[in-house]
Design a protein around this ligand. Structure first.
Ligand code: HEC
Length: 153
């Protein structure tokens, strides 16, 4: 009985220590990057939501496509050297980003091109083209994530 209590106490302490060790490290660059991605996500979601409506508003799509355009152009600057896992902060940015920087920039370039297509299609108020362009944008997100972002665990 006593032994059980001792073991239980030791276990409790170990768990407590593990909890402390896990305390999140913050890094301002990583935090800012996550906030930027939050904006990317919201703008892209707003476009997707609009496209699901019976008569989508090109004004809403346009506003968000322009936002996405500005964000996509900035994207590489959110990844200065040394802002990966070595910061100790929680990040899904893989070291391969900096090992293969030209490839990463190319992936960001693909997003910029796709978003440019989306801006053009929505300015032209062409629903079919806008839908396709939005799909291309989604493809550009995924293709970069597949290579450069750690999978959620
Ligand atoms: C050039 C590569 C690249 C492109 C293009 C890209 N992402 Fe990402 N994305 C990343 C990387 C790398 C991370 C991990 C960042 C981190 O955790 O520090 C990430 C993280 C995210 C996150 C999570 C942020 C967080 O708070 O953890 C979201 C949401 C996201 N991306 C959405 C998108 C969407 C939507 C698109 C397309 C419109 C997109 N991304 C395009 C590379 C990219």
């Amino acid at each position: 009985m006593k032994r059980t209590i001792l073991v239980a106490t030791a276990l409790g302490l170990a768990l407590f220590a593990a909890g402390c060790a896990k305390k999140e490290v913050k890094n301002p660059i990583v935090t800012a990057r996550h906030e930027n991605y939050e904006q990317v996500k919201q703008a892209f979601r707003a476009i997707g939501d609009e496209l699901k409506k019976e008569s989508p508003s090109f004004e809403v799509i346009d506003t968000n496509a322009e936002k996405l355009d500005a964000l996509a152009k900035d994207l590489p600057s959110w990844f200065p050297e040394g802002s990966g896992p070595e910061t100790g902060a929680k990040t899904e940015a893989l070291p391969v980003i900096w090992e293969k920087w030209p490839d990463f920039e190319e992936a960001a370039g693909k997003l910029q091109t796709a978003v440019g297509g989306l801006v053009a299609a929505s300015s032209a108020e062409d629903l079919g083209l806008t839908g396709e362009a939005a799909k291309n944008v989604g493809g550009a997100c995924k293709s970069c994530h597949d290579t450069f972002r750690k999978e959620d665990d």
